[in-house]
Design a protein around this ligand. Structure first.
Ligand SMILES: C[S@@+](CC[C@H](N)C(=O)[O-])C[C@H]1O[C@@H](n2cnc3c(N)ncnc32)[C@H](O)[C@@H]1O
Length: 222
């Protein structure tokens, strides 16, 4: 899906991917990663994910990037949080104030972000981000992560895989072999857990999907 389509989805409120509670995989695995708090946790393609609040509550600084300003503003307003807004090159930077101090979200394209803007990143969290991107962009996405993250940065990746003939993405099917090949050059990839079954489908069942597998990985920038 090209950028324009994502903007349309946010304008029209077509947000089937948004979760209204914390992700249970993040709750389960994050504490045991022991991610350093010296740098921030990077949340690429963050939408208005509540998981950023959980990371912040756990004592982390959070840096997110999201194409849609609607999403970024909604994150702050729906959680009764305040921010100040500044321009940062092609991006708009929303810096949390008060209770939200330590959360910085960039509205704009991930590929316009650089380490001068993000500062040091010692962790990252990818839920529904890699799988939101079409095949031709995924390798560039992983290369961008490798550029932005500090060596030794740790994070979680939640990916999914399904029979691509039963549904067209996003979310795209990104099987284990593809995760390994994309991340293999600059990251170590440890498989943590796999879930499957029709009960995990949610709104994807309406699009023709009968089953899918969800994979959780521990990823380290080497
Ligand atoms: C499937 S949603 C997932 C959002 C979030 N990770 C979550 O778990 O709710 C993917 C998001 O990526 C954003 N996005 C897509 N391409 C992007 C890009 N190049 N740069 C920044 N954000 C992008 C979309 O606007 C959309 O909000």
């Amino acid at each position: 899906m090209v950028n324009e389509k994502w903007h349309e989805r946010w304008e029209q409120g077509k947000l089937g991917f948004h979760q209204t509670r914390y992700n249970s995989r993040l709750e389960k695995y994050w504490p045991e990663l022991n991610v350093s708090k010296e740098g921030a946790v990077f949340v690429p393609l963050c939408g208005k994910s509540l998981d950023m609040l959980l990371l912040h509550e756990m004592g982390y600084q959070v840096v997110g990037v999201e194409l849609s300003e609607i999403a970024v503003e909604a994150f702050f307003s729906e959680n009764q949080l305040t921010f100040k807004r500044t321009e940062s090159g092609n991006l708009q930077e929303f810096t949390g104030t008060g209770k939200a101090a330590g959360i910085r979200l960039f509205a704009g394209d991930l590929f316009d972000l650089d380490t001068a803007k993000t500062g040091p990143l010692s962790g990252f969290y990818d839920r529904a981000s890699l799988i939101a991107l079409p095949p031709e962009i995924r390798q560039q996405y992983v290369a961008k992560l490798a550029d932005l993250l500090s060596h030794g940065a740790l994070g979680l990746l939640i990916s999914l895989s399904y029979d691509p003939s039963s549904m067209s993405g996003p979310p795209f099917s990104v099987p284990d072999s593809e995760v390994q090949s994309h991340f293999g050059d600059h990251f170590s990839v440890d498989y943590l857990e796999q879930y499957s079954g029709p009960e995990r489908l949610g709104s994807l069942a309406d699009r023709g999907l009968e089953t899918m597998e969800e994979f959780v990985y521990r990823i380290e920038r080497i």
